[in-house]
Design a protein around this ligand. Sequence first.
Ligand SMILES: Nc1ncnc2c1ncn2[C@@H]1O[C@H](COP(=O)(O)O)[C@@H](OP(=O)(O)O)[C@H]1O
Ligand SMILES: [Mg+2]
Length: 300
Amino acid sequence: MANLQSIAGFPVESVLAIARSIGWGAAEILQSYYHPHPVAGESALDLNIQDQGDGPVTAADVATNHYILNNLHAAFGTVEFGYLTEETFKAQNPSERLQHTWVWIVDPLDGTKDFIKRTGEYAVHIALAHAGRPVLAVVVCPELGKLYYATLGDGTFVETRDSAVTQLRVADRDRIEDLSVVVSGSHRGERLVQLLSQLPCQNQRAIGSVGCKIAAIVEQQADLYISLSGKSAPKDWDLAAPELILTEAGGKVTRFDGSLLQYNQADVSQWGGILASNGTCHTQICAQAETLLAVIDTSS
Ligand SMILES: Nc1ncnc2c1ncn2[C@@H]1O[C@H](COP(=O)(O)O)[C@@H](OP(=O)(O)O)[C@H]1O
Ligand SMILES: [Mg+2]
């Protein structure tokens, strides 16, 4: 895969360094809400949980979104770069991002429900897309103390808070029955439940946040993530950064029909079935999922 030479005139290394630094800063803000240290007379930070129809939003989502966006704006401006973030996209005129070739796609808190439930399974996603495809990505899992990063063609790395860096590759497990599946705990429509029950890989577990699920695959603790939209679908900011982290570690991300996801389109929902995998049985599992769904849909 051709690697990235430069980003709108910025050296790739410096863009990555800024994105990583913003990723760690965002993790610190989230943890200040997740692990409040109230001093005498002061209460813990209030999460101010609001349900806006698309799932809960907390003061931690809003503060972290603000921090990431301010820092990206300060570093990269708004001439060469567009911005698509979970917390600002509704108020935004879509033409601001659609006219840009380079677009930052940000989820300040992926796994808000798990953040509220305190499972520790939440993440920060920062991706840079070029012409609708991710070319640079940072995913931080604050409770693991790990930041995953990737640039197109240069592999996936994990960094810890002491700045130790290790390159990551997906597992080479290739017996379909042995593959371990991670799925959403909270987005499980009846079709997905039926599909999961009929797949040959029955080693399945729920993990919150797409970023944490992909982290489990690049850490070789799992092999597959299956997403199937229902009334709602995952959005660009849920998938763009995790996709590059996985593909640069040797994995694959496609729709069940084999097509690649396109980001920064007019509709930011990613409808249909999506398979993210270690790559070994990807085509076979996509084909099986399509066949199983056809039967599930005719018998329902
Ligand atoms: N079928 C679906 N419909 C809507 N959103 C989905 C979805 N599957 C995953 N997501 C989004 O992906 C993120 C991780 O979900 P999960 O933990 O269930 O896998 C959540 O985003 P946010 O937490 O950023 O709102 C969730 O809203
Ligand atoms: Mg999300």
